[in-house]
Design a protein. Structure first.
Ligand code: MN
Length: 243
């Protein structure tokens, strides 16, 4: 049976070995040698990414596991999240994965589908969108990656603390996507199917626009469960497996 998997928001880190273990378990039970066409990782795969030159046991092990997946014939694709958007081809190559554009349209067994991390659709969070614009622009990543590793690590640490403080003061609505932004993404790519992560609110949403039925699937985070979407030529199933 042909099948394609989607995951996002694992937030892999040294401080959460249980998440890493759940991810390896997921690969072993669903992906490796299971006749899977593709595995798509839609951002925030790692809790923090300060550059491909910051090599850890975790990043090395994860790359080796993923490399095995692609060597076995399953294509692995990655879209940047807001935590790991300065990952580059150096690490992707080690992990046997291909980095895709931040909004990419794929042919999902005949259904054109736009896939993205999704943070750009949280348009009510103006402060964050300002940072996003800078971070995804041409000069900021180049400047960051030219700075010494210790400095980048301290910038990342401060940014995480600041983001925690900011989020604590924001209502849940502000941190979610807006319907306007969602409909704009559907319209921009002229598709009726969307898959994204980021908001940590796993669900399947249905819309009607211009007489078309639109479907938006949100992947869950991996803080307390494994969460994935599995798509076959016949079905789309959003699954969660508690640790
Ligand atoms: Mn995110």
């Amino acid at each position: 049976m042909r099948q394609t998997y989607f995951i996002a928001d694992l937030h892999l880190s040294e401080s959460r070995p249980d998440i890493t273990a759940a991810f390896y378990q997921f690969l072993d039970s669903h992906i490796v040698n299971k006749d899977v066409d593709a595995l798509y990782i839609l951002g925030d795969f790692f809790e923090v990414w300060v550059g491909d030159d910051y090599v850890t046991q975790l990043s090395t092990d994860v790359a080796a596991r993923l490399k095995r997946v692609s060597n076995n014939g399953t294509s692995v694709f990655f879209i940047h999240g807001n935590r790991d958007f300065i990952m580059r081809d150096g690490y992707a190559k080690k992990a046997g994965m291909t980095i895709l554009d931040e909004q990419t349209v794929i042919d999902l067994y005949g259904t054109p589908t736009v896939i993205l991390h999704g943070d750009e659709m949280c348009t009510q969070d103006i402060e964050y969108q300002k940072f996003r614009k800078k971070g995804r622009g041409w000069w900021w990543p180049r400047l960051m990656l030219a700075l010494p590793l210790w400095y980048r690590r301290s910038v990342a640490k401060k940014a995480r603390e600041k983001s925690k403080q900011n989020q604590a003061g924001k209502s849940l609505d502000i941190l979610d996507v807006t319907e306007e932004a969602v409909l704009n993404v559907f319209a921009k790519h002229q598709v009726n199917n969307m898959i994204h992560g980021h908001t940590h609110r796993p669900d399947v949403h249905h819309y009607k626009a211009h007489g078309e039925a639109l479907t938006r699937t949100v992947l869950g985070d991996w803080y307390t469960q494994g969460s994935y979407l599995v798509v076959t030529p016949e079905s789309q199933k959003l699954m969660s497996t508690p640790f």
